[in-house]
Design a binder for this molecule. Structure first.
Ligand code: ADP
Ligand code: MG
Length: 221
């Protein structure tokens, strides 16, 4: 299994009350699966993805990615693992405003090791494949919402992960840009990368192989 999640829970405190934003979630993904988790705002989607990406520690449960149990790693090891194995496309705009498209895409390499010629070539190839080669020296302030989202997806691909997880990849986009983003993600899937997407958009879900519903922190098949 590429991803194996068992009895995952995240509790938060609200006033006097404790509630589970993610409540006893179990599921798994094989290599090259394309799964979409659908649920209303507040149902726990982002909390779930943040735990899978190792950005948030669960209250309880297990996450095994490619045979590695995330919670047997220390903070530094989790960051390195994420960088190598998971491509994360966060909710909303996540590009650094003072970096160009090319620099944003290569950012994961600046964080772990020195970027070299081969990462430059790969970044340029990715820009070309996503039909945004002309944007390579542009700053986020001069890009459309759809273009920024596309660059964020390419940044997630630069370390050639086996799995991409994307949090509402088409939110705040017009229909045409949303379709372009879903086509890019579908291409990435067809080239052999597993995709886990969360959304509240039916059109987005229609691209996936399997739809799982999330409600009040629980997954419903
Ligand atoms: P979604 O992404 O589906 O909209 P979230 O995972 O962002 O949902 O949030 C799920 C629930 O957890 C919401 O009720 C939200 O208010 C709550 N929540 C999220 N993050 C925190 C936090 N850091 N502290 C307390 N409550 C939180
Ligand atoms: Mg969310």
């Amino acid at each position: 299994m590429l991803l194996d999640i068992k009895n995952l829970r995240k509790d938060y405190q609200r006033g006097e009350q404790t509630f589970s934003a993610v409540n006893n979630v179990s599921f798994s993904m094989a290599e090259n699966d394309f799964i979409c988790i659908m649920g209303k705002s507040g149902s726990g989607k982002t909390t779930l993805l943040n735990m899978i990406a190792g950005l948030l520690t669960p209250t309880q449960g297990k996450i095994i990615i490619n045979g590695t149990n995330l919670f047997e790693l220390n903070d530094q090891q989790v960051s390195a693992f994420r960088n190598q194995h998971i491509g994360y496309v966060p909710q909303g705009s996540s590009l650094l405003p003072n970096l160009t498209a090319l620099e944003n895409i290569r950012l994961p390499f600046y964080l772990t090791k020195r970027p070299n010629q081969s990462t430059l070539n790969l970044a340029k190839q990715l820009l070309e494949k996503a039909k945004v080669a002309d944007l390579q020296n542009a700053y986020p302030a001069n890009m459309s919402g759809g273009e920024m989202r596309r660059i964020a997806i390419l940044r997630a691909l630069i370390c050639q992960p086996k799995i991409i997880i994307a949090d509402e990849p088409t939110s705040d986009l017009d229909e045409e840009s949303a379709t372009e983003i879903m086509q890019l993600l579908s291409d990435i899937h067809q080239q052999g990368t597993a995709l886990l997407i969360v959304t509240h958009d039916n059109d987005v879900a229609s691209y996936s192989q399997k739809i799982v519903k999330m409600s009040s922190g629980r997954l419903i098949d």
